[in-house]
Ligand binder design. Sequence first.
Ligand SMILES: Nc1nc2c(ncn2[C@@H]2O[C@H](COP(=O)(O)OP(=O)(O)O)[C@@H](O)[C@H]2O)c(=O)[nH]1
Ligand SMILES: [Mg+2]
Length: 92
Amino acid sequence: MSDTYKIIVTGPFNSGKTQFIKTISDIDVVSTERRITTEDRGIKAETTVAMDYGRVKLGDKTIHMNGTPGAGALRLHVGNPRRRDERLRRSG
Ligand SMILES: Nc1nc2c(ncn2[C@@H]2O[C@H](COP(=O)(O)OP(=O)(O)O)[C@@H](O)[C@H]2O)c(=O)[nH]1
Ligand SMILES: [Mg+2]
């Protein structure tokens, strides 16, 4: 019988989550990269807006990997409301 695992790859913006999944996945990664239009575009051109998905087989184990958007994007929704409003103003 084969075992199936799911892991969540999470962390701050630009920490290598998407690259990690692309590097170890056996399949073409399902990605949701979109061009950055805020001040962060100076750091990199594209960022994950929904999820990354990849899959790797290790022996008889199948590992599904789900990558989150960077914590900066999540902070827009769950973080300190004052900072969220400030970010929204700055990102237009
Ligand atoms: N030197 C180095 N750069 C990396 C590594 N992983 C990712 N990067 C670079 O770091 C930047 C952010 O990677 P990305 O996967 O888009 O980060 P994410 O925002 O966490 O999904 C990109 O320019 C990558 O090429 C790594 O292991 N070593
Ligand atoms: Mg990413």
